[in-house]
Design a protein around this ligand. Structure first.
Ligand SMILES: *Cc1c(COP(=O)(O)O)cnc(C)c1O
Length: 390
């Protein structure tokens, strides 16, 4: 932690999670100060000090930003408790994604996106193109984005990709991109900072939705950008100021409170995801099971090199739409809902949204923190029920 004389102390991830971003203890004050609800702060005379107006800064954000910075870049805490990474929190993951893409690219620039990424990326692409920015796309798998990097201003990576769960080699892409003067941003939503740390893999930005596994209770939306370069960070902060996509103090505080259990949730949920993936792999009616933690998965080798955990999301395909709908309806412990990473398992037939290029029977499944035996039993029972047409 920040008060260790030689820089970062060798604390484990659970210890870091429960202490992330906490201020120095103050007698008679709570360990995690409550949310500060303020549109403006007392500001006599000249404009100075950290807190002036609520669209620019808020003490509740400050603590959350410190916490996320500590998790995304644990080896990067400066000596006197001063982070040498900068974190900027946003109202949602998309606010954070758009902040990077729209603040960094100018008319005439080229941006490289994945063609199998989050379903709102095609909308961002349209907006970039409307501003005269060239967009190239390539799949996440097999590092295919390497082929279209030439002369780009920014490379956007999403690994593991949502919902296909392909993985690319971040270091390899970063090396190629930096050699050509291209900035690299990684969407770290699926892995969370416990599963993957893009800045350590060389990326310029780690960007994520805090709505999913980071906060894990399905009760708030949040996003963040972490980077090392002060000038890049200033551009992101400026973007937040002019767009105003700021998180509410209540959401920021709830998110910070949730971080304390991040490691506990992640351990249970990632274990459950693996158990579900293994159970699915044994079923004849299930095809295309994808989970980067399965040793047989095409993503596993690369994932194991750059990730310390493989996330809570498993994807697979049932024979057709009707079969998938019967499966969804038969589940008792798994909510039919979009989003992922929460403590209660969720799943959905992804094609109902129309966007992703996936089969009609494709299910995106997010393992929660239920007892593994109960969860696997529920999935197997729902498969049996869907298979019998009941
Ligand atoms: C959900 C998600 C986002 C967007 O986050 P919101 O908080 O819903 O705005 C971005 N990237 C990925 C990979 C996501 O899963």
């Amino acid at each position: 932690m920040s008060d260790h004389p030689d820089g970062p102390a060798p604390y484990g991830e659970g210890t870091r999670a429960v202490r992330a971003g906490l201020p120095e203890p103050v007698k008679n004050e709570p360990p995690l100060p409550g949310p500060v609800f303020a549109a403006h702060f007392h500001l006599p005379g000249d404009v100075s000090g950290p807190y002036t107006y609520g669209r620019d800064t808020n003490p509740t954000w400050t603590l959350l930003e410190r916490a996320i910075g500590e998790l995304e870049a644990p080896g990067r805490q400066g000596r006197e408790g001063v982070d040498d990474v900068e974190t900027v929190v946003f109202a949602s993951g998309m606010a954070a994604v758009s902040a990077v893409l729209l603040s960094q690219a100018r008319t005439g620039d080229t941006v490289v996106l994945p063609d199998d990424g989050y379903q709102a990326l095609p909308l961002v692409r349209e907006q970039l193109e409307a501003y005269g920015i060239h967009v190239r796309t390539a799949p996440t798998g097999e590092d295919a984005q390497l082929e279209v990097l030439d002369g780009a201003r920014l490379l956007w990576i999403e690994t593991p990709s949502n919902p296909g769960l392909d993985v690319c080699d971040v270091r390899r892409l970063v090396e190629a991109a930096h050699a050509g003067g291209t900035l690299v941003a990684v969407d770290n939503t699926l892995a969370t900072p416990l599963g993957q740390r893009p800045l350590e893999l060389g990326a310029d930005f780690s960007v994520a939705s805090g709505t999913k596994g980071l906060t894990g209770h399905g009760d708030l939306l949040l996003g963040y950008v972490v980077c090392r370069d002060a000038e890049l960070a200033a551009g992101i902060r400026r973007w937040r100021k002019i767009i105003g996509a700021i998180p509410g103090p209540m959401e920021a505080w709830l998110a910070h409170r949730s971080l304390a259990t991040l490691q506990l949730r992640a351990q249970r949920q990632w274990g459950n995801a693996l158990a579900v993936a293994q159970a699915l792999a044994d079923r004849p009616e299930v095809t295309g099971v994808r989970y980067p933690g399965l040793p047989s998965d095409p993503s596993h080798k690369t994932a194991a090199r750059q990730m310390s955990g493989f996330g809570s999301v498993v994807s697979f395909t049932l024979p057709d739409r009707a079969h998938a709908e019967r499966f969804m309806a038969a589940l008792r412990l798994v909510e039919d809902a979009t989003s992922f990473g929460g403590v209660r398992s969720t799943a959905e037939r992804r094609r109902r949204w129309g966007g992703d290029a996936v089969p009609e029977g494709f299910i995106r499944f997010s393992a929660g923190a239920e007892d593994p035996r109960d969860l696997v039993a529920d999935v197997l029972r729902a498969l049996d029920s869907a298979g019998s047409g009941a």
